[in-house]
Design a protein around this ligand. Structure first.
Ligand SMILES: [Zn+2]
Length: 286
C-alpha cells in the first residue's frame, strides 16, 4: 500500500496562532472578539474566521474523555445519523468506505456500516475501544496525521468530521491530509457549530459552544475560504437539526435530579432541535 509522503508532519503543530488569519493570511482583525487573562479570540475582518489564541499555555488537550456514556447516547441518535447519511449518499461517494475522524460514541459509524459502507474510525477517547468491541469496527486511537500508516485503505469515499474541526489546532494541515486520502469521487463531510447562527448573535461569548477547547469558529464565509484554500469545492452547505435524548439534555442543563422522576423509556426518547446552530458541509476535491 502506498502511503502519503507529507511534509511538515512532525508531532508539533507548525502553525502559530497569533494575529494573522491562518485561512486567508489577512492581518486585518476586528476588535478582539473575546479576551480574558488566559485566552482570547481573534476574528478576521476579511474572511470572518475566528480562532483562539492562548495567552497562558494550555495544560490540557482539546479532546474529551468520552466512554460508555457517549456510546449509549450516540446509539439513541440513529435518526439523526440517517439524516446525515441520506444527505451524503445522494451525492454518490465512491468507493463505499467511510472514515469518521473523532467518531465519539460511534453512532454514525454504526449507521453507515448498517447501510453497506465499510466503516473505520479515529477517536482519542476511551470510547474507541468500546465502539470497536460493540460494533466490530476498526477505530484508531491517534490523530489522523499519526494514523496514516495504520489505515486499512489507501483511499476513502467519505471522510467525515462531526463536531471535530473546531477542536483541531491546525485545520488546514488536517484537510490537506484528507485531500490526499479521498478518492477522486470522494466526499469530505464537516459539521460544526455555526458561528453566525441566530442564537450565537444573541448570546455571543455566552453561547454554550463558546469555550477554550473550541479553537476554531466558522461561518459560511470562513468555511468556504478554508475549504477552497485546501482544494475543495463545496457541494452542499446548510444548517441541520440535532438530536439529543431527554436524559442527556437534563444532564447538560444540570437537572439530573429530574431523571429519577422519569422512566428510562422517557429518558431515552430523543428530541429534534432545529435551532439553526449547526453548519453541515459536503465538499469534493477540485
Ligand atoms: Zn481570514
Amino acid at each position: 500500500m502506498s502511503k502519503l509522503n507529507l511534509k511538515n508532519q512532525d508531532n508539533k503543530s507548525s502553525i502559530k496562532r497569533d494575529d494573522v488569519c491562518m485561512l486567508c493570511n489577512s492581518k486585518a482583525l476586528e476588535i478582539v472578539y473575546y479576551s480574558n487573562s488566559v485566552w482570547k479570540v481573534n476574528r478576521c475582518s476579511s474572511c470572518s474566521f475566528a480562532w483562539v489564541v492562548d495567552i497562558v499555555e494550555r495544560s490540557h488537550n482539546t479532546s474529551f474523555s468520552w466512554n460508555q456514556e457517549i456510546v449509549n447516547e450516540s446509539s439513541l441518535r440513529n435518526n439523526m445519523y440517517i439524516d446525515r447519511l441520506d444527505r451524503v449518499k445522494c451525492l454518490h461517494p465512491n468507493p463505499f468506505n467511510w472514515l469518521d475522524v473523532g467518531c465519539g460514541g460511534g453512532g454514525m459509524l454504526n449507521c453507515v456500516k448498517n447501510n453497506g459502507f465499510k466503516a473505520e474510525g479515529i477517536e482519542l477517547s476511551p470510547s474507541a475501544d468500546t465502539i470497536s468491541k460493540l460494533y466490530d469496527i476498526q477505530v484508531h486511537r491517534n490523530v489522523l496525521k499519526d494514523t496514516i500508516s495504520a489505515l486499512s485503505q489507501d483511499k476513502y469515499g467519505v471522510i467525515s468530521y462531526f463536531h471535530v474541526i473546531e477542536h483541531i489546532e491546525d485545520p488546514i494541515n488536517e484537510l490537506m491530509i484528507v485531500r490526499e486520502l479521498l478518492s477522486d469521487d470522494g466526499l469530505l463531510v464537516i459539521e460544526v457549530p455555526y458561528f453566525d447562527s441566530f442564537f450565537w448573535k444573541i448570546f455571543k461569548h455566552h453561547h454554550r459552544h463558546f469555550y477554550r477547547s473550541h479553537l476554531n469558529y466558522f461561518n459560511l464565509n470562513s468555511m468556504t475560504t478554508m475549504l477552497s484554500g485546501c482544494g475543495f469545492n463545496i457541494l452542499n452547505i446548510d444548517s441541520v437539526p440535532y438530536s439529543m435524548s431527554i436524559g442527556w439534555i437534563l444532564k447538560r442543563l444540570g437537572l439530573s435530579y429530574f431523571s429519577s422522576l422519569l422512566s428510562s423509556k422517557m429518558l431515552n426518547k430523543t428530541v429534534n432541535i432545529n435551532s439553526g446552530e449547526y453548519l453541515f458541509v459536503i465538499a469534493n476535491k477540485k
